[in-house]
Design a binder for this molecule. Structure first.
Ligand code: NOJ
Ligand code: CA
Length: 713
């Protein structure tokens, strides 16, 4: 991310009183820090005079430590500062991001133990971030966290949009309920399906979105999760107080630290306008500036892939259904019977390259190209993939040359099978192989139990692995899109080669039984706050038996909803996930996917309500074109927007892709209508949206050519 335009850092006061107040630059937020009796550090947060977080304790419990970092503290120093800079992201929703906050850093000294800890608070106009810092000191060098004990005491029985606590997956539909209902709902329905049973019945994951009965929108999450384990939140259902709950390692420990070091930021984003939550850049702002000097090789990618046919089980990742008897790399595949369903074959990949080139896509993702899939399913072996050995029907050199000749790049796929040390052992060779063969982006994946055994997907050790993979990829000028990795926490500001993550329930679940229609109205309030998602939208054929007679799953969305996702689900990496033959049936609707930009100068959120709807307008990078996307939830509704984001006095041609009058995500998902109208900054639109539906608009400046015969809205 490019150079700071304006940086202003000023130490204002130095004092050491045990109660301190901090205000946000606009004065709307007030944070109070105080030492409670027994020297327990606490904070509380108000917004426009209302409590967001009531007095809540801070601290950490250490392993084998009689006192821990919980009490007996005195304030030995405190400093305030103001910071205001504007930075330019390499890719993003807007061309410049303002990072403006007031800061309070309180140094706490622990009586008797002679050790200290700093709590640093940053209060922005969109909320609060705070973290623990452990300076170099004699009596606290190496330490093991038993549990972090940060509290977030909610001021009421808010409505929460939650997914259950889980150390291994975030791929859940959201449940909407009162905080007081979480425990019983989880006991009833969710715990049975958790990927491990040790988690509490009141634990939820972040980013957690809530709404209070008096209309406050509150989000709890974390920023800059580096060398630390992932935070979940455990709820006391009687007091509505969340306490941090870190992901354990194989031994049950929650973090091995060495001073000097810091925790990730704990974040509370809040507003009385839901649009402010989705527009917040606080999570990015709490991360370090870009550490990659030359970012010229990092670019947004719109792609198609040999993928949906595998996810729907129309074709297979593996070349053969036979299990080889010798180790990887030594198998003679000419002796094994092909299963006849292998997706990553030369002819199919060429077909996709042709389709990508014909319609202006940058890339083609090909999964199942490398040996090991035949050996992996049903096993939990350390050594399955080497990431460099293709199947006999996938000619790496010829296919990359063919793609190059058509102006397209193949996208690499590394399914690690969660055998993390195996991946690390092969990483240099695998990335070099990509350099040698013309790949500049990799989709990685972590399906299955983590090896070494007993580790979880979100503990400190593997958080460090995901980070290692990103940084090493940057050395090879490779962009990363990691699936099943830990949910992002704004790290792409520092390492913008992390152009995507899955780390939530993506479109693949539409093929595994379906997702709730309102899922896509919640992801921008939760998962997307930390970074873009490789959601893989663009499904046009919702009846999956048409692809595979044995797949009875139904895609719970309309075609217009699928188009809108390219705008509402911001990502510099966007896939058109359906098969070319399905796009060929609806080329007029497909036109929107071809036209839509994936990098932006500006973004405006026009309507937003978690679980119900989201409407965004974005201006294409370096252009005058705008794109609007609106997604609805489980019920039909009418969206009302105006176009005051457009330049005044100018006329534009808007192409509106909407749900047909009788559209419905279940009964009539392929009903859509396309119309062209002239709009200007005074125009207003009232647009019906089907259940599970949406609309998308592309807006280009009007010319005498393109506006002929088109009526005003
Ligand atoms: C799960 C990923 O989310 C999916 O996109 C991928 O195709 C499979 N793993 C196989 O790696
Ligand atoms: Ca997945």
């Amino acid at each position: 991310m490019k150079k700071t335009i304006l940086a202003f850092l000023m130490a204002l006061t130095i004092c050491s009183v045990s109660a301190q107040q901090l205000k946000s630059p606009d004065g709307n937020f007030v944070m109070n820090f105080a030492l409670a009796s027994g020297g327990v550090p606490t904070y509380k947060l108000d917004y426009k005079g209302k409590a967001i977080v009531k007095t809540s304790k801070l601290g950490l419990e250490l392993k084998k430590d009689d006192k821990s970092l919980l009490n007996d503290f005195a304030v030995s120093d405190s400093k305030t500062a103001t910071f205001d800079e504007t930075w330019k992201p390499v890719w993003g929703e807007v061309k410049a991001i303002r990072n403006h906050y007031n800061e309070l850093a309180v140094t706490l000294k622990q009586n008797g133990k002679d050790r200290s800890m700093i709590v640093r608070f940053r209060l922005f106009n969109d909320g609060l971030g705070f973290r623990y810092e452990f300076p170099t000191q004699k009596n606290l060098t190496y330490f093991v966290i038993k549990e972090e004990k940060t509290e977030f005491a909610m001021a009421g029985d808010h409505t929460a949009f939650w997914i259950p606590g889980d150390y291994d997956t975030q791929e859940y539909d959201f449940t909407t309920s009162k905080l007081s209902e979480i425990e019983s709902l989880m006991k009833k329905s969710v715990t049975a399906n958790l990927s491990q049973t040790s988690f509490s019945n009141t634990g939820v994951q972040t980013s957690l979105m809530m709404k209070s009965s008096d209309g406050l929108y509150i989000n709890l999450h974390e920023a800059a999760l580096i060398n630390y384990s992932t935070m979940h939140l455990n709820l006391d259902p009687k007091t509505f107080t969340f306490t941090s709950w870190l992901t354990p390692d194989a031994k049950g420990d929650k973090g091995y630290l060495q001073a000097p070091c810091v925790s990730p930021w704990r974040t509370i984003i809040a507003s009385d306008d839901a649009r402010d939550i989705v527009a917040s850049k606080m999570t990015y702002n709490l991360n370090e500036p870009c550490k990659i000097e030359d970012t010229s090789w990092i670019h947004p990618v719109k792609y198609v892939g040999v993928w949906w046919e595998m996810i729907t089980n129309k074709s297979s990742w593996a070349y053969t259904d036979e299990i080889p008897t010798v180790e990887l790399g030594k198998t003679d595949f000419t002796k094994l019977k092909p299963n006849g369903r292998h997706g990553a074959n030369n002819a199919n990949v060429r077909k996709h390259i042709d389709f990508a080139a014909q319609h202006g896509f940058d890339g083609v993702l090909v999964e199942g190209w490398n040996q090991g899939w035949e050996d992996w399913f049903g096993h939990s072996k350390d050594y399955v993939f080497d990431f460099v050995t293709p199947y006999p029907d996938f000619d790496v050199k010829a296919l990359n040359a063919y793609a190059k000749s058509k102006g397209v790049k193949l996208i690499m796929h590394h399914e690690t099978s969660s055998s993390v040390r195996n991946y690390e052992r092969h990483m240099d060779k695998a990335y070099k192989f990509m350099n040698d063969n013309g790949y500049d982006a990799v989709k990685s994946g972590y399906v299955g139990d983590i090896l070494p055994r007993g580790e979880n997907h979100y503990s400190q050790w593997i958080v460090n692995h995901y980070q290692y993979a990103i940084e090493k990829a940057a050395d090879y000028k490779i962009m990363v899109n990691a699936h099943e990795a830990v949910r992002p926490t704004g790290i792409a500001r520092t390492y913008p080669n992390l152009i995507g993550n899955e780390s939530a329930r993506g479109t693949e679940y539409q093929s595994f039984g379906g997702s709730k229609p309102n899922h896509v109205t919640l992801l921008p309030f939760t998962r997307l706050l930390g970074g873009p998602m490789d959601y893989t939208p663009g499904i046009f054929e919702m009846d999956l038996t048409k692809l595979n007679p044995d797949n009875n799953s139904h895609v719970n969305a309309t075609i217009a909803n699928q188009l809108a996702l390219y705008v509402t689900m911001y990502s510099p990496l966007q896939m058109a996930a359906d098969l070319p033959e399905n796009y060929n049936r609806f080329l007029d609707a497909f036109q929107f996917i071809k036209d839509v930009a994936i990098d932006w100068d500006d973004s405006k959120y026009l309507e937003a309500e978690p679980g119900q709807y989201l409407t965004a307008a974005r201006k294409a990078k370096g252009k005058q074109d705008w794109f609007v996307g609106s997604v609805g939830g489980n019920e039909a509704r009418t969206s009302k927007i105006n176009f005051d984001f457009l330049d005044k006095g100018k006329s534009y041609v808007a192409t509106i892709y909407s749900d047909g009058k009788d559209a419905h995500f279940k009964t009539n998902p392929q009903s859509y209508a396309i119309r062209k109208v002239l709009v200007n900054s005074k125009s207003k639109l009232s647009q019906w949206v089907a259940a599970g539906g949406g609309y998308a608009i592309s807006i280009v400046p009007a010319t005498s050519e393109n506006s002929k015969g088109i009526k005003k809205l």
